[in-house]
Design a protein around this ligand. Structure first.
Ligand SMILES: Nc1ncnc2c1ncn2[C@@H]1O[C@H](COP(=O)(O)OP(=O)(O)O)[C@@H](O)[C@H]1O
Ligand SMILES: [Mg+2]
Length: 497
C-alpha cells in the first residue's frame, strides 16, 4: 500500500506466447478513472491471459504496464494489490471449509505479508465494505453453504478488503442465474462511480448495460476499440466472431402430434433440486417426433424418480447402456463431471459411452485406428478446436468440451435428446453452432427436451414452452407466442388469462 491512486492504467504492446500459441499479440489497452472497460472475445481469445499479466501472475514476453504514466513491474499479485488492483477470477478461489471471515483474513494475510490478523477486526472490515458497497455477506457463514451468487459476493468483498480500487472481473456472470446477473450488473453500475473496472464477458447485453468503452479481442489481437454506446450488440457480435451472428429460430409448422403418446413421454417425473428444493414435482409431458419442448423455470438437477419412455420403452432407472441402446441422447448440466472424463483424450471421450461395443473393440482389444478415425471425422463435423484428438478433453475451453459431448451424443443418431443448460457460459459462436445442431436434429425427427435458464434460447428454439413454477407445469405456451415478459411472469407464478 501507500502508492498514489490510479488515475490511468495502460497496457502497451503486451505480447505473450505459450508453446504453439500467441495468446496475446501486441495488445494496447487503457482504463481511465471511474470507468468501466469491457473486454470481450470468444473463448481462447486471450482475455484471461492479458489480465493475469496485469495481475503479475504471468510475465509478458514483450510490452509494458504504465500506471499514471510511469512503468511498473509486477512480479506477483501482491505487487498488483499494492497498487490497488484486484481480480475476481473466473473460477472462485475460496477455501470451501472455512468461513467467509477466515477466507478474507487469509487473503489479507498473504497480500500484505502479515504474520497474523485478529478475526474480529477482519469481520469489522467486511461489514464496513459490505455496507458501503451494498454487498450483503455474513462473515460467519461457511463458504460451502453459499450459493454461487453469494460466493461471488464474498470474492468481491475479499478483493475490496484487500484495498482494490481497480477491479478486474473475469466472466463474473457465467455461473450466475439471470436474476443474480441482473443484480450484479446493478451493483457494478453503482460501484463504478468510485472504482475503475475491467469487465470481461462475452454476453453483449451485459457489456451494453455496464461499460463505457469496449475492446474486442480475437485470437490474441485487439480488433476493435470504441465507446460502447455507439455500437449495437449485433455489430459487436460480428466483430467478436469475425462473422455476422444470427441465432437461428425454429419454424414451428407441420408437427404431427397424432400419436396418443409422444416419442418421448415423461410421466410423473420428480427431480430434487441440488439445494434440497423440489425442481420437478410430478411433471408429465409428451414430445412428438421433431418437436422441441423448452422447460423454463427449472433449477437444480438432482435425484430423479418417475417414468421416462422412448417409443414406449421405459428408461428411468435403467443402466446407461440400456438408455443409450433405446436411442436417448443426453447433454448434462455439468459438462466437466457428468459429460466427459477430463483426463481422457478427446478421442476416448468421443467413444466413451460406446466402449464394449463391437465397433470399437474385439476380444477385449480396442480398435485404436477406428477410434482415431472416428475422432478425426467428428472433430471436423462439429468444429471441435483442439491441438489434437490426443489432447486431454479437460484442457479444452467450455465451448469445445460441449462440442465433444454434442458430437458423441448426436453421432449415435438418437431418437430423443435431453439437453440441460446446453449453452451455459459459452460464447456467441459456440451458441450459434449448438443451436443450429439442435434445430437440424429436430428436422430429422428427434424429440428434444430443452432445459434452459436463458429465455432467449427457449423462445428461439422451442415449439412449445412449458413453464415450471414450484415444481409443476403452470402453463404450456406455443413458442411463437412466448415473450420474455410473459415467460417471466409465469415463472414468478403469475397467470394472466
Ligand atoms: N498456462 C497456459 N499454458 C498454455 N496455453 C495457455 C495457458 N493459458 C492460456 N493458454 C492458451 O492461450 C490462449 C488464450 O487463453 P485465455 O487467455 O484463457 O483465453 P480467454 O480468457 O479469452 O478465453 C488459449 O489458446 C489458451 O489455450
Ligand atoms: Mg478466460
Amino acid at each position: 500500500m501507500g502508492h498514489e491512486p490510479i488515475r490511468s492504467l495502460e497496457l502497451r504492446g503486451i505480447t505473450k506466447r505459450f508453446p504453439g500459441i500467441l495468446a496475446c499479440d501486441h495488445i494496447d489497452l487503457s482504463v481511465g478513472e471511474h470507468s468501466v472497460r469491457a473486454l470481450v472475445g470468444e473463448n481462447g481469445a486471450g482475455k484471461t491471459t492479458l489480465m493475469n499479466i496485469l495481475m503479475g501472475l504471468y510475465h509478458p514476453d514483450e510490452g509494458h504496464i504504465l500506471i499514471n504514466g510511469s512503468e511498473v513491474h509486477f512480479r506477483s499479485p501482491n505487487d498488483a494489490f499494492d497498487h490497488g488492483i484486484g481480480m475476481v477470477h473466473q473460477h472462485f478461489m475460496l477455501v470451501q471449509n472455512m468461513t467467509v471471515a477466515e477466507n478474507v483474513a487469509l487473503g489479507m494475510q498473504s497480500a500484505h505479508k502479515l504474520f497474523r490478523l485478529d478475526l474480529a477486526s477482519v469481520k469489522k472490515r467486511i461489514l464496513e465494505i459490505s455496507e458501503r458497497h451494498e454487498l450483503p455477506v455474513n462473515p460467519d457463514a461457511m463458504v460451502w453453504q453459499l450459493s454461487v451468487g453469494e460466493q461471488q459476493r464474498v470474492e468481491l468483498v475479499k478483493t475490496l478488503c484487500l484495498g482494490a480500487r481497480f477491479l478486474i472481473l473475469d466472466e463474473p456472470t457465467s455461473a450466475l442465474t439471470p436474476q443474480e446477473t441482473d443484480e450484479l450488473i446493478l451493483l457494478l453500475q453503482k460501484m463504478s462511480r468510485e472504482l475503475s473496472i475491467v469487465f470481461i464477458s462475452h454476453k453483449l447485453n451485459e457489456v451494453k448495460a455496464l461499460s463505457d468503452t469496449v475492446s474486442i479481442l480475437r485470437r490474441g489481437r485487439i480488433v476493435f476499440e470504441g465507446r460502447t454506446e455507439n455500437h449495437s450488440s449485433s455489430d459487436l457480435a460480428a466483430l467478436m466472431t469475425g462473422h455476422e451472428v444470427e441465432l437461428p429460430r425454429v419454424d414451428s409448422t407441420g408437427i404431427d402430434r397424432s400419436g396418443d403418446r409422444g416419442l418421448l413421454s415423461i410421466r410423473e417425473l420428480n427431480v430434487l433440486g441440488d439445494r434440497g428444493n423440489i425442481a420437478l414435482d410430478g411433471v408429465s409431458l409428451d414430445l412428438a417426433p421433431g418437436e422441441i419442448v423448452g422447460l423454463a423455470g427449472v433449477s437444480g438437477n438432482g435425484q430423479r424418480s418417475g417414468s421416462i419412455q422412448i417409443d414406449g420403452v421405459e428408461i428411468a432407472g435403467s443402466s446407461a447402456a440400456r438408455i443409450i441402446g433405446v436411442g436417448m441422447g443426453y447433454i448434462p448440466e455439468d459438462r466437466n463431471t457428468e459429460g466427459i472424463v477430463p483426463s481422457f483424450s478427446v478421442r476416448e471421450n468421443l467413444v466413451l459411452k460406446d466402449v464394449g461395443e463391437k465397433q470399437w473393440s474385439t476380444a477385449g482389444f480396442l480398435k485404436l485406428k477406428a477410434i482415431a478415425a472416428n475422432a478425426t471425422g467428428l472433430r471436423e463435423r462439429f468444429d471441435i478446436r483442439c491441438p489434437s484428438t490426443d489432447t486431454a478433453a479437460g484442457s479444452l475451453s467450455g465451448g469445445n468440451i460441449q462440442k465433444v459431448i454434442l458430437a458423441r451424443e448426436l453421432a449415435r443418431g438418437p431418437k430423443a435428446l435431453v439437453a440441460v443448460y446446453p449453452t451455459r457460459g459459452l460464447d456467441m459462436g459456440a451458441i450459434e453452432f449448438i443451436h443450429k445442431q439442435l434445430l437440424e436434429r429436430r428436422k430429422e425427427g428427434v424429440a428434444i427436451l430443452l432445459i434452459s435458464e436463458e429465455l432467449e434460447e427457449i423462445m428461439n428454439l422451442s415449439d412449445r414452452v412449458a413453464v415450471i413454477y414450484k415444481g409443476k407445469i403452470l402453463k404450456v405456451v406455443p413458442g411463437k407466442d412466448a415473450t420474455k415478459r410473459s415467460l417471466g411472469l409465469l415463472m414468478a407464478g403469475v397467470v394472466d388469462e
